[in-house]
Design a protein around this ligand. Structure first.
Ligand code: PLP
Length: 455
């Protein structure tokens, strides 16, 4: 790349996440300059369909004027205030009321943070705080799942079940355990039905709780659909069986709705789609269509009462961020929630989702595709070297990365997640004809990748 180009300056000055750093130093970034609707444009003017809504987040696409106006108006009125020591602002109050109103179960209170990671770190601390309040200082362990993604801060990364987030970071921290990923295609046994597989997953969880001691296990955390772990849709009856085990041993259910929340599955929450009744819920991303950073945690009345009694002992609830409930992102999030209703976004997702699912299903015959997984407006194809035996590509072939580059060349931004799973999670405003265009480009990218694939 050119001597003093933006790309060259980037390579000299910036560290990028989830990037091969030495390759980046040589090749530089793709610089995105602007966006409109479901499209973004790079600095050479090339147009792309943002097939992943950024990082599974820009539900209203790019350039939604209503959200921009909400930010400007709030900026002019009160550009910042905090929520420490009983201070508050109207946008935070309205948004908390709204979230409690639309929540999948009856929650008592909402707490604001800035990111999904902070939401999940907060969840861990609340679980510990609550069990201290109940006088059960031993009941602190949290069970997460292999391939689950819950963020990158120390506790959230510990719950994430992807080895690259642990290796060399000295994680997970003590007391965070992992149970198996409920991926039927990969881990179901010959002749085992989806329901039997779900029962086996629940049995495994029960055995883990028993071997650790039920009096030491506080909570279980799960995404309704695993996103960054490869878009793993739970097998039939999975959450019903898991929750029966949790109930038996008085273990809290935490729903990480950071990707699934706000319409992604065709309902407001993934918890509704998969019959989850959480005690605690974390959400972020589409809460503000990602226009400004904001995330939230909601807790049951039981948990809130525990927090009240514990904070009495110490004089205050000693947790929170400078930007917790920042009025500007809160105002943008509130406008996002209103727009979801005004524009019937849930209904729209349910209307266009069959086209999305059919186009995904049609990819099952592609020579590179081992499995297709999809729900609502989220899905992935798993690339395999051998369809019959389900053999994965040798990681050194970087099949997913090659497919991603080929797709980018064709004008659709996807991503290879957790290996060679090519994900799509477009803005929720996408139309049927845009879905067709996105899949046409995606398929051309897959064909190119198939021509290059070294099996
Ligand atoms: N939880 C889930 C399910 C996520 O997908 C993510 C991010 O992709 C996070 C938590 C972490 O969110 P953030 O990147 O905002 O910290």
């Amino acid at each position: 790349f050119e001597g003093n180009s933006l790309a060259a300056r980037d390579a000299k000055s910036l560290i990028h996440s989830y990037t091969n750093l030495s390759q980046h130093e040589k090749e530089g970034p793709l610089i995105i300059e602007k966006g409109k609707g479901i499209h973004v444009f790079d600095d050479s003017g090339k147009e792309y369909i943002e097939g992943l809504a950024g990082l599974w987040c820009t539900s209203f696409g790019f350039g939604e004027q209503e959200l921009i106006n909400a930010a400007i108006e709030q900026m002019q009125k009160l550009p910042y205030y905090h929520s420490f020591a009983s201070k508050s602002t109207e946008p935070g109050i309205r948004l908390a009321e709204k979230l409690l109103d639309i929540a999948p179960v009856e929650f008592s209170k909402a707490f604001f943070v800035n990111s999904g990671s902070e939401a999940n770190d907060t969840v861990v601390k609340l679980v510990w705080y609550y069990n201290n309040a109940l006088g059960r200082p031993k009941k602190k362990k949290i069970i997460a799942r292999m391939k689950g993604y819950h963020g990158v801060t120390v506790a959230a990364a510990s719950m994430t079940g992807l080895p690259p987030l642990h290796n060399d970071f000295d994680l997970p921290i003590q007391g965070i355990l992992h149970t198996s990923c409920p991926h039927y295609y990969r881990f179901g046994k010959d002749g085992e039905s989806e329901e039997e597989f779900a029962s086996r997953m629940a049995d495994e969880l029960e055995q883990l709780i028993l071997s650790e001691g039920p009096d030491t296990v506080a909570a279980f955390i799960a995404e309704p659909i695993m996103g960054a772990g490869g878009v793993i849709v739970p097998p039939a009856t999975y959450f019903e069986k898991i929750q029966a085990v949790l109930k038996k041993y008085d273990v809290l259910m935490i729903a990480d709705e950071v990707i699934c929340g706000f319409g992604r599955t065709g309902q407001m929450w993934g918890s509704q789609t998969f019959h989850i009744k959480p005690d605690i819920l974390s959400c972020a991303k589409a809460l503000s269509s990602a226009y400004l950073p904001i995330a939230a945690v909601m807790v049951s009345e039981d948990i809130f009462r525990g927090m009240v009694s514990q904070s009495e002992k110490h004089g205050a609830f000693a947790h929170g961020y400078t930007y917790s409930g920042h009025p500007v992102p809160a105002a943008v999030a509130m406008r996002t929630m209103e727009l979801m209703e005004e524009r019937n976004i849930l209904e729209h997702v349910r209307n266009v989702s069959p086209r999305f699912l059919n186009r995904f299903a049609a990819l099952a015959d592609h020579p590179l595709v081992g499995e297709v997984r999809s729900c609502g407006l989220i899905g992935a194809v798993e690339l395999v070297a051998d369809k019959k035996t389900k053999r994965s590509f040798d990681p050194k072939h970087k099949a997913g990365h090659l497919a991603y580059l080929a797709m980018q060349d064709e004008g659709v931004i996807s991503r290879a997640v957790a290996g060679d799973n090519m994900a799509l999670c477009p803005p929720l405003i996408i139309t049927e004809s845009e879905i067709d265009e996105m899949f046409d480009r995606f398929e051309r990218g897959l064909d190119k990748a198939a021509a290059m694939a070294d099996k």
